[in-house]
Design a protein around this ligand. Structure first.
Ligand code: PLP
Length: 411
């Protein structure tokens, strides 16, 4: 049976709330469901202001506008990230400056920050990869010392913690994503998180096409006008209704995902001990949210054949970011601010495993069984001349509940 890479989760109340939004006769943005989502985020991160957007990408674009990024302004970020982290600033004429990541968390290496700062630097964008926090105390201290803004790219970070603080609640601004691959979803969606008072009023204006319509709706001005740059960053009530059903259950969803993460972590321990793979590493300061589970294979040339082997078994695993500095857009729009040797060494070895809230232990065991089968065959074929007999993995198909799906044939 196929094991998909992702399966969007529904709590069961999404349709009811969407119908409620229809009955409310308020389908455009900033109706009752949007208000509930804003209030929830403001109370639970907590943050000064939360504003729903169409995507994490849009939240990052709003952050770039709020910071008045202009042509030539530099923004320090990892190259190992999604294109939107960089593009949001490039759209304003900014220049992403890529620095390397830490080998343990794969997050921006805070030790490289100071050297990358120039007179043009305006901001730092730490990306909390896989819901594991960047070293925020150091990053915030450096930002303060050099008077730089911090925009957390918390697209993966919903409800994860760093030193007891929620990701997204630490920087001046932050972006959350509610894309269907994330923990809390509404199809496509996101939120701009504002932690610094000075951005609150302008953030509302930028989100409402550069008008002060939010003030008008609250009765604070007699008519609304064009007052600043902006765009239509606010999503409809239909998205907010779906999201509300998820936010209500967000604690339970996070616990389910943490369990899935822990299952992979435990099941893969023998493979790490035997030197086939490396599992994610989580510093004591971080309490992650089970966003995704990756492994690093020993050699980059083994990664794609492993993806192929899993696919033959109808198991869908995925590589992740192609480093931005090695992409045409990176060469055109960005600058390199440090050696990127860890980024380059890691990105070709990384494999994300199938991960969703309701993946069963049985399915996870099957994924691990097939990884082990592939790895052990590979090692045997390297050490012994043909004919090669496949070495038996430590987990036998019959030990996997429902292992009848697993064909232990030679590859
Ligand atoms: C690190 C990071 N930042 C930003 C985004 C953009 O989020 P969205 O898809 O909601 O636009 C993503 C998307 O996966 C991401 O991985």
């Amino acid at each position: 049976m196929t094991i998909f890479f992702n399966q969007p989760y529904s709590t069961g109340r999404e349709l009811e709330y969407i119908q409620q939004a229809m009955k409310n006769c308020h389908l455009s943005g900033d109706g009752p469901f949007t208000d509930k989502c804003h209030a929830w985020l403001q109370a639970n991160l907590p943050c000064r202001k939360a504003l729903l957007t169409h995507s994490g990408t849009h939240a990052l674009e709003m952050a770039a506008i709020l910071l008045d990024i202009e042509a030539g302004d530099e923004v320090i970020m990892p190259s190992f990230t999604f294109v939107s982290t960089a593009n949001a600033f490039v759209l304003r004429g900014g220049v992403p400056v890529f620095i390397d990541i830490r080998p343990d968390t794969l997050n921006l290496d805070e030790k490289l920050l100071v050297k990358a700062i120039t007179a043009r630097t305006k901001a730092i964008v730490p990306v909390h990869y896989a819901g594991v926090a960047c070293e925020m105390d150091t990053i915030m201290e450096i930002a303060k010392r050099y008077k730089l803004a911090v925009v957390e790219d918390a697209a993966h970070g919903m409800l994860a913690f760093y030193c007891g603080k929620r990701l997204g609640a630490i920087g001046d601004l932050a972006a959350l994503s509610f894309h269907e691959t994330k923990n809390i979803i509404c199809g496509e969606g996101g939120a701009l998180i504002v932690n610094d008072d000075r951005f609150v009023e302008r953030a509302e204006i930028i989100r409402e096409k550069g008008t002060n319509r939010s003030l008008f709706y609250r009765g604070e001005v007699d008519k609304y006008r064009w007052v600043d740059v902006g765009s239509s960053f606010l999503p409809s009530e239909l998205q907010a209704a779906y999201l509300w059903a998820q936010l209500e259950e967000s604690q339970r969803i996070t616990e389910m995902r943490r369990q899935v993460w822990q299952n992979y972590y435990d099941l893969l321990e023998p493979l790490e001990r035997e030197g086939f793979i490396r599992r994610p590493q989580v510093p004591d300061s971080c309490s992650p949210n089970g966003h995704l589970f990756y492994i690093l294979v020993e050699k980059c040339e083994d990664r794609d054949p492993l993806i192929g082997h899993l696919k033959e078994q109808k198991i869908f695993a995925m590589f992740h970011y192609v480093p931005l500095h090695s992409s045409p857009g990176g060469a055109r729009f960005a600058r390199i601010g440090s050696s990127l040797s860890v980024t380059e060494a890691v990105s070709d070895r990384l494999l994300r495993l199938p991960f969703w809230n309701l993946i069963s232990l049985k399915q996870q065991q099957r994924v691990v069984f097939e990884i082990e089968r592939f790895m052990k065959t590979l090692r045997t074929s390297l050490s012994v001349n043909p004919p090669v007999r496949r070495q038996q993995p430590s987990l036998q198909p019959e030990q996997i509940a429902g292992g009848e799906d697993v064909k232990p044939s030679l590859v």
